[in-house]
Design a protein around this ligand. Sequence first.
Ligand code: SAH
Length: 364
Amino acid sequence: MKINLLNFTLPKLEKFFEEIGEKKFRAKQVFRWLHVYGAENFSDMTDIAKTLRAKLEDIATIDVPHLVSEQISSDGTRKWALEVGNGNKIETVFIPEDGRGTLCISSQVGCALECQFCSTARQGFNRNLDAGEIVGQLWWANKRLGKDPKGEKLITNVVMMGMGEPLANYENVIDAMRIMLDDNAYNLSKRKLTLSTSGVVTRLDWLGDDCPVALAVSLHASNDEVRDRIIPLNKKYPLNELIAACKRYLAKSPKNYVTFEYVMLKDVNDHVEHAHELIKLARGLECKFNLIPFNPFPNSGFESSSWSQILRFQKILQNGGYITTVRKTRGDDIDAACGQLVGKVHDKTKRQEKWKNYIPVKEV
Ligand code: SAH
């Protein structure tokens, strides 16, 4: 089988070039062609000798996921569906804002964690994405978006907040993020690359050592009783362990705070007492809160908190000394909002069986 060069970080590509008897600096040239210029074929690489191009053609590929569809929301948000083999599809979302553009990237086909309020979870899990499939989303988005009138790239920030739990696909996500950060590739800064996790505690420690980027944690509850119910992973890694891991992470993080995401679920986690409990829970930890209105999907069993309740909750956290923002819902007319990414997953966990009468699997 041919080797997909998009899977390689620069050091790994250099090693590969050495193994095939080529000079190391050639690897850097090829790496730049792949990621800076978005080359689709070896024949595009005009400053690489023809003999080397032919050799690469024989043993390697530039294998990006297949682009199936592009949807553009009335607010400018774009969503792409990418086919990653065997009919599986993943989704990637671009969110333009004043002065910045954020790309939301998927890390797995589906998700194995069964967070109750998330539609990706309902689809079950098929497999991890490889590094090339993760980076391939950024590769495609750059290609589709082009540059702004000043010749600048439109994507300034990347968030690992699409389908899947990034820390459950650790090695591929780390390699993909290293490629995103490489100045011979996408040259993102560590502060503008955010990994969001539901709280795989042991791997948070690894992340701090291997590739410290900005951290967002899907907290969503102020006590274990509620969190156990909505995020089953909490039974393995309860809140006190998660908070302790966040504190350890901050010692290595490029930012001096952790962002806590908190989806506002009516009568589940949105009471005044919950806000006070959160203030106590986070004491001693530099953090910001980002309240997310719940994005509904069929038969979720949840409702979003009302605006007045969200604003009341925000006020309490602010009075408690925490910077607290409310996430603007973007792209909901094309189902591109948080927790609405579904793609198409050939479920291996049989979880879809349970839900199949309720959730239509969307064709894109
Ligand atoms: N598995 C990682 C990455 C997914 S990030 C994580 O849990 O952090 C996607 C974010 O959207 C998470 O904070 C998730 O909890 C949140 N989310 C999931 N379903 C949602 C919904 N229906 N409405 C609003 N936010 C949701």
